[in-house]
Design a protein around this ligand. Structure first.
Ligand code: SAM
Length: 269
């Protein structure tokens, strides 16, 4: 029987021990401003409100947001925003936190599947405002985020995430932990935001675009992907790869971020 996709990716977490483990994965948040993405019916919100110095929860659903506002109306350290996370500027959120206004945020959320990648990219783009994020995603996405270079799960998402910080897959969550149950297993990942653009001496926008070109066709070699993207002449591409100690036949998934950085600098793209 085909299952209807839940509206706004609403699979609500109902397993109490999973709630606890997700919140514990944030570490000590007693002095932090926490941003919760998609609080829904509040599965994590209670626990977060008990532990965080300040909690900002962003919910898009027009029925759930007012309910949450009503529940938390007397709590001075809890703010519910009825908004789309993708339209939210995190620096503005920081300034609403009632603190000095520039403490980096701790982010948490059981992310709606239909926009997981968009939310992750939105968080990466604002990594300077975030110290740590603990998010639940589809297990397959968690595996790609945390994959080591040289393994088959390693790809553009892994490289992009790992340019922004350290990624750790923490634990899986079975479909039965949610109502309604999704059709796939989920997993919780922790991202310690520590962007590497300065360390590798690459411009963020240019390097992220370059990575997209490197991974454009998974089956092709790195050299062919770069050639097809007209990044440079073939001879130049091969020379840059050789300087980085790479063979001409290597695929992007086997190339470390450090080597990617060297090729990027050498080709001056
Ligand atoms: N945190 C709750 C839980 O664990 O039970 C709900 C998780 S559910 C997977 C995702 C939540 O994100 C839903 O409440 C949904 O309405 C909300 N949501 C979906 N799209 C959103 C968006 N663009 N901005 C903010 N919240 C969104």
């Amino acid at each position: 029987m085909s299952q209807k996709k839940p509206k706004l990716g609403q699979n609500f977490l109902t397993d109490p021990s999973a709630r606890q483990r997700i919140v514990e994965a944030l570490g000590d948040i007693s002095t932090s401003t926490v941003l919760e993405i998609g609080p829904g019916r509040g599965a994590l919100t209670d626990l977060l409100a008990k532990r965080a110095r300040y909690l900002i929860a962003v919910e898009l659903d027009r029925a759930l947001a007012p309910r949450l506002k009503e529940t938390w109306k007397h709590a001075e350290h809890v703010a519910i925003l009825h908004a789309d996370i993708l339209g939210l500027d995190l620096a503005t959120v920081q300034s609403k936190s009632g603190s000095s206004g520039n403490d980096p945020l701790v982010v948490v959320g059981n992310l709606p599947y239909y926009i997981t990648s968009d939310i992750l990219l939105h968080l990466f783009a604002q990594a300077a405002s975030i110290t740590r994020a603990v998010v639940m995603v589809q297990e397959e996405v968690a595996d790609r985020l945390a994959a080591h270079c040289g393994t088959s799960a390693y790809g553009l998402l892994s490289a992009t995430a790992q340019m922004h910080g350290r990624v750790e897959k923490l634990f899986p969550l079975p479909p039965e932990a949610f109502t309604p149950s999704p059709s796939v297993t989920s997993a919780v990942v922790r991202l310690e935001m520590r962007p590497r653009f300065e360390e590798l001496a690459v411009d963020r926008t240019g390097f992220l675009r370059f990575l997209q070109q490197c991974f454009r066709q998974k089956r092709k070699t790195l050299a062919n992907n770069l050639k097809n993207a007209r990044i440079a002449e073939t001879a130049e591409i091969l020379a840059a790869m050789e300087e980085a100690g790479l063979s001409a036949a290597v695929r992007a998934e086997a190339v470390s971020l450090e080597s990617m950085g060297l090729i990027f600098q050498r080709l001056n793209v």
